[in-house]
Design a protein around this ligand. Structure first.
Ligand SMILES: Cc1cc2nc3c(=O)[nH]c(=O)nc-3n(C[C@H](O)[C@H](O)[C@H](O)COP(=O)(O)OP(=O)(O)OC[C@H]3O[C@@H](n4cnc5c(N)ncnc54)[C@H](O)[C@@H]3O)c2cc1C
Length: 493
């Protein structure tokens, strides 16, 4: 009889694992607490306007293609993938920079703002390509034993990993102008960290965007989760919605199955945790069972920042970039407010997704679906969002209207929703509202991150942002690949 795999959570990590394992003949059941699949990567519908709830930047689309190919499917049979020709627009003080994959044109645009830094860009692309080539095999392997650090793939990579440098320092060896440095370091936000604290090895993030481009699936990035759910079901996986898991059923340290909120117990041979790791381990496992990841130890770990997100249905479509990032005037101070001083930004950096310029399916004719994402501290800050939200919302509108060409935005809003860190924590079950999970400092990476084959419980596996290789959609899909392949291997032995 086929081995039974139970997956807690139908986020992108859980769905990728479900389709891969179902394709290998396992009996897969996914239990999702919410009414819809996709987790943070689900669709948010406001009237006739469609939004991505969370992720809006999709790069390394080839990793999603790999997940489908492993399961004998073709991603492009499910999704119409649109590659953006202009990747994004960056707004600094008085200047702005549109980012393109065309190397010569990009060099010219950089030199126009910061003469000489164009050559730095060419050096950055050449050198970081070598870093990427040695780093990828590490990110794709299990990395759950200290002796893996002595493996050839790691030893070979060491000179390229910039282990003693921060991302900011690493990038500073290529560029002189602070604005250009920002253009090649802001991607540390995807890890929920500042570029001054983020390890230098993450210079692969800007490289990846420039080299492999940025994609928009028609209908939004949520279509990726929808496609994986469809493919998983076609392969025989069963996805239960509104069936949340209350706790793991344990025999000592061996996971035997789960207990649902309804009280029903479901047995399984292997359980994969896709629900937020720290949330799961602090709420679904009795105290005293876990040592390395006990409640107290999890409390003391470092977590990513959170976000204040706004979803605006507009009666107008601004002919502006698909992705725009407005940098705080004092970007370093703003970065420190997010993860060091835990203050509510008074001069925030703001990301705006104006996907309707690329995709007409998201809003009624003539209108647009605008998504605004403002990095803010996680709940460790103690910020009282009930008290501060209204003022903060006004500050975000003021900043956008003053510093971008969305200069009469308020006038065009016909429908609106916001999500605060408190809601990311309470409604989406994300520990401390840290939307990019455990932070990505060296002491919480690779062997030091919770392992894909969870080291504290038997028959228990992890997928998602908290395990290796880390947060962000491509890495979450990699985590599902590592976990699924390890389960297949375990079955063979
Ligand atoms: C606002 C925001 C913006 C982001 N932007 C980007 C981006 O642009 N690019 C990028 O690459 N990444 C981005 N991310 C990070 C990351 O890619 C997403 O959060 C991604 O959806 C995480 O996927 P996941 O599979 O780890 O889990 P999740 O999407 O968090 O899914 C976990 C699932 O588990 C379910 N669950 C929780 N508790 C239970 C329970 N008790 N029983 C059953 N089910 C349960 C949840 O309901 C959820 O469906 C963003 C995240 C957020 C929140």
């Amino acid at each position: 009889m086929a081995k039974k795999i139970l997956i807690i959570g139908a986020g992108p990590g859980g769905l990728a694992a479900a389709m891969m394992l179902a394709s290998r003949g396992f009996h897969v059941e996914v239990f999702e607490k919410k009414k819809t699949i996709g987790g943070s990567n689900s669709r948010l519908k406001l009237g006739d306007f469609m939004f991505d709830k969370g992720p809006t930047f999709l790069n390394m689309a080839y990793i999603a293609e790999d997940v489908f190919a492993y399961a004998g499917k073709n991603l492009h049979d499910y999704i119409r993938m649109i590659e953006l020709t202009e990747l994004y627009e960056l707004i600094f003080d008085e200047t702005s920079l549109k980012v393109t994959q065309d190397i010569e044109e990009m060099k010219r645009r950089i030199d126009q703002i910061a003469p000489g830094d164009g050559d730095g860009y060419l050096r950055f692309m050449k050198k970081t390509k070598r870093k990427m080539n040695v780093l990828v095999p590490i990110l794709q392997s299990k990395m759950d034993k200290f002796y893996h650090y002595a493996s050839w793939r790691v030893v070979r990579a060491l000179p390229w990993l910039s282990l003693t440098k921060s991302l900011y320092n690493d990038v500073s060896s290529y560029f002189k102008d602070e604005r250009i440095k920002q253009a090649f370091t802001f991607q540390s936000n995807y890890l929920g960290m500042s570029s001054w604290e983020s390890p230098g090895l993450f210079s692969i993030l800007p490289y990846i965007e420039h080299e492999y481009g940025v994609f928009h699936p028609e209908g939004g990035i949520n279509q990726l989760s929808k496609a994986m759910a469809k493919a998983a079901a076609e392969l025989g996986a069963i996805i239960y919605l509104e069936k949340g898991v209350r706790k793991l059923v344990l025999d000592g340290k061996i996971v035997k199955g789960v207990e649902l909120f309804s009280g029903e117990r479901i047995e399984a041979d292997e359980v994969i945790v896709n629900s937020d790791f720290a949330h799961t381990m602090t709420t679904m496992v009795d105290e005293g069972v876990l040592k390395k990841y006990s409640k107290r130890r999890l409390e003391n770990k470092s977590y990513s920042c959170s976000a204040y997100t706004m979803y605006l249905g507009l009666d107008k479509c601004y002919p502006l970039s698909h992705h725009t990032i407005v940098f705080a005037n004092d970007y370093k101070r703003n970065s420190e407010q997010l993860t060091k001083s835990f203050e509510l930004p008074d001069d925030p950096s703001i990301y705006i997704q104006n996907a309707s310029v690329t995709d007409s399916t998201l809003a009624p004719k003539g209108g647009s679906a605008l998504y605004i994402h403002v990095p803010v501290p996680n709940s460790k800050s103690g910020i009282d969002w009930d008290k501060h939200e209204e003022r903060f919302r006004e500050l975000v509108f003021d900043t956008i209207e003053k510093r971008t060409s969305f200069n009469d935005l308020r006038k065009h809003v016909v429908i609106e929703k916001t999500i605060t860190p408190k809601q990311w924590e309470e409604d989406m079950s994300i520990y401390k509202g840290a939307i990019y999970s455990l932070s990505h400092m060296l002491s919480q990476l690779m062997v030091m991150r919770p392992h894909n084959q969870f080291e504290e419980l038997e028959n228990c596996w992890l997928v998602g942002g908290a395990t290796h290789p880390g947060s962000g959609l491509p890495t979450i899909l990699e985590s599902a690949k590592i976990t699924a392949k390890a389960i297949v291997k375990k079955e063979k032995h």
